[in-house]
Design a protein around this ligand. Structure first.
Ligand SMILES: Cc1ncc(COP(=O)(O)O)c(C=O)c1O
Length: 412
């Protein structure tokens, strides 16, 4: 199966659009060069077509979002119905029924599955919706100080939790932090991922640590799977210090790693979990899901929510998320990702893999070679040297076989 490239990459239309974009968009946003980017026009399943009519195989799921396949017919149908009914409601004032249904579904998928029946009676989970991954992280960080009274947070070297200021405080990459350092609140301690370093961070904190936030598998940090005892150790240490464990599953959630959520690989139940990306297969909607006793640290609303936003619980996003989750269940994408794990090269779990290359130059070369062969992949890792592979979870064995051969060629 060879994707069909009609023109040299990028084609004339993409190049013209690049020139126009360059004039009007903030120059820091889209990287533009003679051979980058292509402009996406439409997509279906694992295929994307660009503005010049070239077809590509997408190994990114567009940053891990299109897990049930681009333009999935059932998600699109749900979106169409919702578009004709109601596109926007008043999220925290006069909401729409779909917000109720999605909150119930997210509880069922997480804490209702993770806690024993007797615990669920006391600990039903509660949801705080938002629009992006960064905002879900911010909701979790705010929950932590309300629930513990302690402002400090431990995050890990290499971690990526988003770029809005609260989330950026937790993100460890110097590249993103350095220009804004004087404006960062500074409540986060960045720790090495070892028990002694975590314990030292707890001991040395003057103001008290209320939460540990962790990506169960480092995503943008280069697809790094922790040693088997890492997450169970964090659970133990958090319990000892009466701190919350926040699992940032914005990248790893919703079947990506071969389980519904990556924490399930280690049997660890966090206090809060942040989800986004794949939840709706393409609408900007995210959530912080927590145990009810923790989430009830938020005071009952007396008419003015402490943390909300205009588009919170958007009905179109909720409709798409409910349809995407139904598709994950119907297609058993957790099992599919688990079964196909070894068909993709590199380290990782499920269909979240990283191929480590000697340096960023080698990685960029591979990404561009693949693009010229009709395959979309991304570089990752703090040093930019990891070829990151997160295809739609609907990818077939044949497409994976083709991919594996092309990756060998591109990384030679
Ligand atoms: C683990 C993790 N957390 C948070 C974020 C931030 O999400 P967003 O870009 O939607 O704000 C990302 C984005 O890649 C992520 O991978």
């Amino acid at each position: 199966m060879l994707p069909l490239l009609k023109t040299r990459i990028p084609g004339p239309r993409s190049r013209a659009l690049s020139r126009q974009l360059r004039r009007h968009e903030c120059r820091n946003t889209t990287f533009v060069s003679a051979d980058w980017p292509i402009f996406w026009e439409r997509a279906r399943g694992c295929n994307v077509w660009d503005a010049d009519g070239n077809r590509y195989l997408d190994l990114t799921a567009a940053f891990g979002v299109a897990s049930v396949g681009h333009n999935n017919p059932r998600v699109t149908a749900a979106a169409r119905v919702q578009l004709s009914r109601l596109v926007h409601a008043m999220g925290d004032v006069h909401p729409n029924e779909l917000k109720v249904r999605l909150a119930t579904e997210l509880s069922a998928l997480t804490f209702d599955r993770w806690l024993r029946k007797s615990e669920i009676i006391n600990h039903k989970s509660k949801i705080l919706f938002s629009n992006s991954g960064s905002e879900a992280v911010e909701a979790a960080l705010k929950t932590a100080i309300l629930a513990t009274g302690k402002p400090g947070v431990i995050a890990f070297v290499g971690a990526y939790h988003g770029l809005t200021y609260g989330a950026l405080d937790a993100t460890a990459w110097n590249y993103f932090r350095a220009p804004f350092h004087p404006q960062l609140p500074g409540f986060t301690v960045h720790s090495a991922p070892t028990e002694s370093a975590v314990r030292a961070a707890f001991e040395q904190s003057e103001r008290g640590i209320g939460a540990v936030i962790v990506e169960p598998i480092l995503g943008r940090g280069g697809i790094v799977v922790p040693p088997p005892d890492f997450l169970p150790m964090l659970r133990r240490v958090c319990d000892e210090h009466r701190a919350l464990l926040i699992a940032d599953e914005i990248y790893t959630g919703f079947c990506r790693t071969g389980r519904w959520f990556a924490v399930e690989h280690w049997g660890v139940v966090p206090d809060l979990i942040c989800v986004g990306k794949a939840m709706s297969n393409g609408f900007p909607i995210s959530a912080c899901i927590g145990r009810a006793d923790v989430m009830d640290a938020w005071p009952e609303s007396a008419g003015e929510a402490l943390h909300t936003s205009t588009h919170l619980g958007n009905p179109l996003g909720c409709a798409m998320a409910l349809a995407a989750i139904d598709e994950m269940k119907r297609l058993k994408l957790d099992e599919h990702a688990c079964r196909l794990q070894d068909r993709l090269p590199g380290r990782g779990l499920g269909l979240m893999k990283g191929v480590e290359l000697p340096n960023a130059t080698a990685c960029q070369r591979a990404v561009k070679r693949l693009l010229r062969r009709g395959i979309i992949a991304l570089g990752g890792g703090e040093r930019g040297n990891v070829l990151t592979l997160t295809p739609p979870l609907t990818i077939s064995e044949g497409e994976l076989e083709f991919t594996a051969k092309e990756i060998v060629r591109a990384t030679k």
